[in-house]
Design a protein around this ligand. Structure first.
Ligand SMILES: *[C@@H]1O[C@H](CO)[C@@H](O)[C@H](O)[C@H]1NC(C)=O
Ligand SMILES: *[C@@H]1O[C@H](CO)[C@@H](O)[C@H](O)[C@H]1NC(C)=O
Ligand SMILES: *[C@@H]1O[C@H](CO)[C@@H](O)[C@H](O)[C@H]1NC(C)=O
Ligand SMILES: *[C@@H]1O[C@H](CO)[C@@H](O)[C@H](O)[C@H]1NC(C)=O
Ligand SMILES: *[C@@H]1O[C@H](CO)[C@@H](O)[C@H](O)[C@H]1NC(C)=O
Ligand SMILES: *[C@@H]1O[C@H](CO)[C@@H](O)[C@H](O)[C@H]1NC(C)=O
Length: 485
């Protein structure tokens, strides 16, 4: 029924020009066209009825005008295509969305006629393999049949575990943004490495949730324009060493990986270009250690939040000592919210006033003198950046401060108590008490022994002075058996 209706509409649209605008693609009669007034609509065809007539030339080509219809973008989500065994007709569309179609096969050259397509979305399908000619374009002298406008390719949420080494051969000088996220790669075999690194123009690569335990050696050596790398949701237990091969990497997203202890060994190599680092949602991260980020000399934004086990961030995490004077990166945005931090040393950053954004909420800060600098130095800055947030920072310890905020203390200009200064910190008291007790236990018998032995004049044995002699002579009489003298 629907199909007949569609055909009538299409018939009407194509043969009776007055019936509807003859400039507009008949897609607009069956799909939602945004930007209706324009002749270059964004077509939203995310409904199943279109799949049976999708490749019908009438939808794409305007016979009266002898030209293709203008389409700005075409959304073909969720129309149950399953296989793509046809070639898309000529079109000037710039964006094609084929996500959610259970696509498991794409024919060679299926997109060859879409010479102006800049973005191709194949997310959420069932692709396992993609042939080396799927992304073939039309012949262009000097090039190898490129899809010459394609800069963004999304292949996330498929079933890919390996790539044909030549899969990107026709688009390896075009693609800037490539997503392979949520595919079950587990490891990058040699041919997958070749496929990815062959894309010389790559600027953004999304490898999140690909079950990777590590990145291959030298993986980042070839893509010399790579600016952004997403490695979230993998099983990495250390920062990949190949980061040191990166040429212009500016942003690294390492959220939700299985690093426990970020040390100088498991931490960052020198990556001079890195500006933004995300280390959030790390389920087992406990400690960020000394010099683990010293290699990030030009870091500007640091996001370390939602790490439920993170209790220690070493004051020397960022500082670099291999030069004459210690050097810190100039951090502008520091987001360390919702971790388990109790204190932070002010020498974590060299100058806190470079900050334009700060968030330290959701940590169990201790309101004792080790954090006094937060009241004296950080609060005035924080208030300047974001008063509302600054007021939210709570004390989690000691018990009697639990209902206070750092802001309250800052307002009262009070000095937080310094338990260890007065020597009455419980754990230290314990040691002192035990010390005293041992002293007493050993001391008393010793003193008694000395007194007793003095009284008995055992020392006189070695004493040959006249006084001693006479002492010996006039020795105190001892008690007789009957208790009398
Ligand atoms: C409509 O077209 C304008 C200009 O071409 C574009 O900026 C805008 O994003 C389009 N609207 C939608 C919803 O795509
Ligand atoms: C249609 O246009 C093409 C070039 O765009 C031309 O070669 C062809 O002869 C035209 N056909 C008709 C019927 O006008
Ligand atoms: C695609 O179509 C060709 C013929 O047009 C056919 O031989 C082939 O089996 C089809 N492939 C699939 C996967 O259906
Ligand atoms: C982290 O990644 C695992 C899979 O590696 C996933 O199951 C989990 O939902 C992710 N957690 C968050 C907070 O995204
Ligand atoms: C982390 O590593 C450092 C240095 O190797 C070590 O001193 C520390 O105890 C480790 N911490 C944890 C929680 O494993
Ligand atoms: C902060 O770190 C410095 C070393 O850079 C150390 O001397 C100082 O005692 C630390 N302060 C606190 C409160 O832990």
């Amino acid at each position: 029924m629907k199909k007949i209706y569609l055909l009538i509409v299409i018939f009407c649209a194509t043969l009776v020009p007055k019936c509807l605008s003859d400039e507009r693609t008949p897609f607009c009669d069956v799909c939602a066209c945004l930007n209706q007034t324009l002749t270059n609509p964004d077509v939203d065809c995310s409904s199943k009825i279109v799949s049976s007539i999708l490749f019908d030339a009438k939808l794409w080509f305007n016979k009266d005008k002898n030209k293709t219809y203008d389409i700005s973008s075409l959304n073909l989500q969720s129309i149950d295509l399953g296989i793509l065994n046809d070639t898309f007709p000529d079109s000037n569309l710039r964006k094609l969305d084929l996500s959610n179609n259970a696509i498991r096969f794409i024919a060679d050259g299926a997109f060859a006629n879409l010479e102006e397509m800049e973005e191709l979305i194949l997310s959420n399908n069932r692709l396992q393999t993609i042939g080396p000619d799927v992304f073939r374009g039309l012949r262009l002298d000097g090039y190898d049949y490129p899809l010459k406008a394609l800069t963004t390719l999304r292949l996330d949420n498929n079933e890919i575990h390996t790539l044909n080494p030549d899969v990107f051969q026709h688009i390896d000088r075009e693609i800037k943004i490539l997503s392979l996220a949520h595919n079950p790669f587990k490891v990058f075999d040699q041919q997958t490495v070749i496929a990815i690194t062959s894309v010389v123009t790559l600027e953004e690569l999304d490898l999140s949730y690909t079950q990777l335990k590590e990145l291959p050696q030298y993986f980042l050596h070839t893509p010399q324009y790579l600016k952004k790398l997403d490695l979230s949701g993998n099983l990495l237990t250390a920062i990949p060493e190949t980061l040191e091969d990166a040429h212009v990497l500016e942003e690294l997203i390492m959220n939700n990986n299985t690093i426990v202890n970020l040390t100088q060994e498991t931490g960052f190599p020198i990556v001079k270009t890195l500006k933004r680092l995300h280390l959030c949602n790390m389920p087992v991260l406990e400690e960020i250690g000394q010099h683990s980020m010293s290699g990030l000399e030009n870091l500007e934004e640091l996001y370390i939040s939602e790490n439920i086990a993170l209790s220690t961030v070493h004051y020397g995490t960022l500082v670099r000592l291999d030069v004459e004077n210690p050097v810190w990166p100039r951090i502008k945005k520091l987001i360390i919210s919702n971790n388990k931090l109790t204190h932070l040393n002010s020498t974590f950053l060299a100058k806190w006033d470079y900050l334009t954004e700060l968030d330290i909420r959701g940590n169990p800060w201790t309101c004792e003198c080790e954090n006094q600098w937060m009241i004296d130095e950080l609060m005035p800055l924080y208030v300047g950046l974001n008063v509302a947030q600054a007021k939210e920072i709570k004390c989690a310890a000691p018990i009697e401060m639990e209902h206070q905020t750092l802001y309250d203390i800052y307002q009262m200009k009070s000095v937080m108590r310094c338990l260890d200064l007065y020597g009455n910190r419980p754990e230290k008291d314990g040691a002192i008490l035990i010390g005293i007790l041992i002293g007493i236990l050993i001391g008393i018998p010793l003193v008694l022994f000395i007194l007793y032995s003095y009284q008995r004049n055992w020392y006189g044995i070695f004493d040959h002075s006249p006084a001693a002699y006479s002492r010996q002579f006039y020795r105190a009489p001892s008690l007789g058996d009957d208790g009398r003298l």
